[in-house]
Design a protein around this ligand. Structure first.
Ligand code: PPE
Length: 312
């Protein structure tokens, strides 16, 4: 993952040079995590560049703002158009898109409402998070000793910057322990999710994923997986999952915008099933990657074309 500092950034209504897109150190969000963001991908399909599930990401951005009493001075349509314009202006056929709405500079009392709402959109090239090898072989993960956000503390359904301090603790520990990622448990000890991705488990051809009551972000890729799995004829259960189920699953995989659909081959050094990507995971990957490349028809209307994207 590398930024290209020759690119353009959308900032408060206009495209500016990457190097000019700066924020003052007195910004409320820098001190208190009072930002809301999204992570979206644009893919190079056989029919040109397209953004994956853009309306759903825009809806979640505004839903998250609502929880934090933020009323962005731009409409959903304006931010949507800004996302498309930013992708176009930078000319990447495929890229990762990061819209951010945050509290700017006014005062540093804990009530953020006096601080103006600002918004930015940056894009960069970010290929498969765990590489082609991770997508094929799967990754090794451990259960974190850090717990996910407890109910009624930081609202997990809101994709707020503050939540990611918890994710950073989970991710650092995983990495220092020699794992690619971690699975965190919720406040009651049930399976929640990874540092920045949702988890699915398969046993006897039934697919399981933690319910939204387990402190998860309600992932858009998670929704895609549920829809694709049902299209393929699998039963999917959104349900509380006890930790030990992790060690008894035939298959496990993570999903999210950054990780896409990535198999998990071991948990706490216990092999998941045969220790290889399983058939259900492979079938879902084939569907997912087929849709984003344009090889499988986009029957659910998940792709928003980016008009006249310049390739470079
Ligand atoms: N849970 C969390 C905590 C989360 O941050 C994400 C996205 C997901 C689930 C999956 O949601 P969705 O992208 O809508 O399918 N995490 C973003 C940032 C990850 C990172 O490593 O940075 C992402 O995947 O873009």
């Amino acid at each position: 993952m590398a930024f290209d500092d020759r690119g353009k950034v959308w900032m408060n209504g206009a495209l500016v040079a990457w190097k000019e897109a700066t924020v003052h150190v007195a910004a409320h969000a820098l001190h208190y995590g009072t930002g809301i963001f999204e992570g979206i991908r644009a893919y190079k399909t056989r029919n040109g560049s397209a953004i994956y599930r853009l309306p759903e990401h825009m809806r979640r951005l505004f839903d998250s703002c609502r929880v934090y009493r933020m009323e962005p001075p731009w409409s959903v349509d304006e931010i949507t158009a800004a996302v498309i314009a930013t992708v176009q202006a930078n000319g990447y056929p495929s890229c990762y898109i990061r819209p951010l709405v945050y509290r700017g500079v006014e005062q540093l009392g804990l009530d953020p409402r006096p601080c103006p709402l600002e918004a930015t959109i940056i894009v960069w090239e970010w290929s498969a998070m765990f590489g082609a090898e991770g997508l094929e072989q799967g990754i090794d993960v451990g259960v974190s000793s850090w717990t996910r956000l407890a109910p009624n503390t930081l609202p997990a359904m809101a994709k707020a910057s503050a939540n990611y301090a918890n994710s950073a603790l989970i991710k650092m520990q995983a990495s220092l322990d020699g794992y690619g990622e971690a699975i965190a448990l919720d406040e009651s000890g049930l399976v929640s999710e990874g540092s920045g991705q949702n988890l699915f488990l398969v046993r006897d051809e039934v697919i399981y994923t933690p319910a939204i009551s387990s402190s998860i972000l309600q992932g858009i890729t998670r929704d895609s997986v549920i829809v694709m799995a049902r299209d393929l004829g699998y039963e999917v259960r959104e349900t509380p999952i006890p930790r030990e189920f992790l060690y008894l699953a035939d298959e496990a995989f993570f999903c999210g915008t950054a990780v896409e659909v990535t198999p998990v081959r071991s948990i706490d050094r216990i092999a998941v099933g045969s220790g290889r990507r399983g058939p259900v995971t492979a079938a879902l990957q084939e569907r997912f990657f087929g849709i984003i490349t344009g090889d499988v028809p986009d029957t659910h209307g998940w792709l928003t074309p980016v008009p006249a994207a310049v390739s470079r």
